[in-house]
Design a protein around this ligand. Structure first.
Ligand code: NAG
Ligand code: NAG
Ligand code: NAG
Ligand code: NAG
Ligand code: NAG
Ligand code: NAG
Ligand code: NAG
Length: 527
């Protein structure tokens, strides 16, 4: 490890780096920094559009955002929040109040909208906007009806064809290998120690493992949190392992509801066991499949209810919404505290508004451009795809049919990427990587963290005993201490260390309480 002191002579160069990125205070209407003790800076960096084309000077302008360290900075940490395809800069502004304490306030935090996302090389597959809408709106769960699976396959055929005809050039430079090179361009332009500090969540762990495998000598520190099985991501027909604990997590919601009692979870007011409540949820799904329910201007159909089930796996913070919706639609909701319409109107799975649409549509085409380009398997026919669907159904009743359209599309993808990482993920990084996984994560089971960690020399796995996707979904004093100690002092926990959660489901407490209890600098804590 390069001692930080050795960097002091280069500090004079920081002025150059500032100039390179052309940092300016972000427009608060776009990126509001009122919840953090610093003001967000926005900047840009020009990088090669196509790293494989050595004779081309075509540039891509990356859009970056930074939260300068509230204390003296030890360097920059780069973030990726997953998808693939999320709007990193938007997610950064939401998560920054948590990320600043987690990194001890001693790092500049930074991210950028990666290739294929938001307005950085957006993948435009259809010239006609109505066709482009269809590409997005047809992504329904494959069990929405008897005919949905076949429709999703045909939609995948049509969209893969349209993307290759209309977006072939841009679609070839969106793979994770390109983003890894972009990350290193940012590191170079920062003019710190030429080493990467990186924190990736969910798909961000695929980006992290890929970057570490391509540039092992340039990794200073890396946390990979909510780990995807990177082998499946690149080499399987679907991310089967991702959904292995989805059903178990879904069942747990009803146990915690009963435990919390009717005051905190109105669904607990019918003297039913957790199993009976879960059975009522599945009966409701089946009834709604055949007879959707109108609530004011909104309609709750199979796809919408499945969307609510799927959302509940992300974080215990969504559990009151899902249990209240089930309470109303299955039991009448007499004891529910919030009107049903209010809950439904806030759920994008049900109330998709015109203002949400560009973001949602872009997220879907970004997912296609990045994941389909990365994935190295193709399936020749619908008949050969059926076993994939069957295996997903066997893996999870909650999630098995939800992402089907995305897999059907990728299995027929026709754009040839310019570069894909094809190595084995047996990696010796300059410094060891810290993997983090929750005990019960319905999107990325803990076993995937152990799977990927086993290929990373010296890496360790930190377990956080809680529910949801990523440790940011489980407020915990222990993970706060462990994660900030890794960033600030390079301290690794013993592998297999298990952190207790500090906040129980169905209470309204969240990270600010944990920060307060841990004595985090009061001026960093937003209420
Ligand atoms: C830096 O940003 C400002 C304001 O956004 C812009 O006017 C200026 O042209 C930029 N300079 C460079 C070198 O890109
Ligand atoms: C770059 O090189 C390739 C072949 O190596 C060639 O097909 C292409 O026309 C060249 N492009 C430019 C801009 O010179
Ligand atoms: C708390 O953070 C602020 C900057 O946000 C800093 O000025 C102050 O010195 C910090 N206080 C302590 C006790 O570290
Ligand atoms: C849907 O959500 C928007 C805000 O995102 C809100 O203005 C609108 O009233 C909601 N629609 C319904 C029917 O509740
Ligand atoms: C989808 O439907 C099939 C056939 O009815 C059923 O076997 C399977 O369990 C269902 N899977 C999901 C995830 O809904
Ligand atoms: C990791 O997962 C891949 C894909 O499922 C599998 O082939 C491999 O054997 C696993 N490795 C370990 C060490 O468990
Ligand atoms: C880093 O180590 C120092 C010295 O042991 C200690 O005082 C400090 O609390 C540690 N910082 C973190 C964030 O763990």
């Amino acid at each position: 490890m390069v001692p930080f002191r050795a960097l002091l002579p280069t500090l004079a160069l920081l002025a150059t780096a500032d100039c390179t990125f052309n940092w300016t205070t972000c427009d608060p209407a776009q990126f509001d920094s009122s919840a953090v003790p610093v003001s967000f800076q926005c900047g840009t960096l020009d990088v090669p559009f196509d790293y494989t084309s050595h004779n081309s000077s075509e540039k891509l302008r990356l859009k970056l955002i930074k939260a300068p360290a509230p204390l003296k900075s030890k360097g920059t940490i780069l973030f990726n929040f997953g998808g693939p395809g999320v709007a990193n800069r938007d997610d950064f502004t939401t998560l920054a109040p948590t990320l600043i304490p987690l990194t001890g306030g001693q790092f500049d935090l930074m991210t950028f909208d990666t290739r294929g996302t938001v307005d950085t090389i957006p993948l435009k597959c259809h010239r006609d906007p109505v066709q482009q809408y269809r590409m997005f709106f047809s992504q329904k769960p494959s069990n929405s009806s008897e005919t949905s699976l076949g429709e999703l396959w045909a939609r995948g055929t049509a969209d893969a064809e349209a993307c290759s005809i209309n977006a072939g050039k841009s679609g070839g430079v969106l793979t994770t290998a390109f983003v890894a090179r972009d990350l290193m361009q940012v590191v170079d332009a920062l003019e710190e120690d030429s080493l990467l500090r990186y924190y990736g969540f969910s798909y961000g762990t695929v980006l992290g493992t890929t970057t570490a495998a391509m540039f092992p000598d340039r990794i200073d520190k890396m946390i990979l949190d909510a780990v995807q099985n990177v082998h499946e991501y690149y080499h399987a027909q679907a991310n089967f392992e991702e959904w292995e604990l989805s059903d178990e997590l879904f069942s747990t919601i009803f146990c915690h509801c009963v435990e919390a009692g009717p005051e905190l979870c109105s669904l607990a007011s019918y003297n039913k066991t957790p199993d009976e409540l879960e059975a009522a949820a599945w009966d409701l799904l089946d009834a709604i499949k055949h007879q959707p329910v109108a609530v004011g201007e909104l309609v709750v159909d199979y796809a919408a209810l499945k969307g609510i089930f799927a959302q509940s796996l992300y974080s215990q913070r969504f559990w009151p919404s899902i249990t209240t919706v089930i309470d109303y639609l299955a039991f009448g909701g007499e004891n529910a505290a919030i009107p049903l319409g209010t809950i439904l109107s806030g759920l994008p799975a049900i109330n998709t508004t015109a203002s949400d649409l560009p973001r949602l549509m872009n997220g879907d085409s970004a997912l296609a451009g990045i994941y389909c380009g990365d994935n190295q398997v193709r399936t020749g026919s619908f008949a050969d795809f059926l076993p994939v669907a069957e295996k997903l159904y066997r893996t999870s009743s909650v999630m098995g049919d939800v992402p089907m359209g995305s897999y059907a599309r990728c299995q027929q993808w026709r754009i040839e990427p310019k570069e894909t990482y094809t190595g084995d993920f047996e990696v010796q990084t300059r410094n060891p990587v810290l993997f983090v996984g929750n005990t019960l994560d319905g999107h990325t089971p803990l076993k995937s963290a152990y799977n990927v960690s086993s290929g990373f020399e010296g890496s360790v796995v930190l377990e956080v005993d809680g529910y949801g996707h990523g440790s940011s979904s489980v407020p915990s004093q222990c993970s706060l201490k462990t994660i900030s100690a890794y960033w600030v002092n390079g301290t690794l926990p013993e592998s297999g260390t298990r952190c207790e959660r500090s906040v129980e489901p169905f209470t309204s407490d969240w990270w600010p309480k944990v920060f307060k209890d841990a004595g985090v600098n009061a001026s960093w804590i937003a209420e």
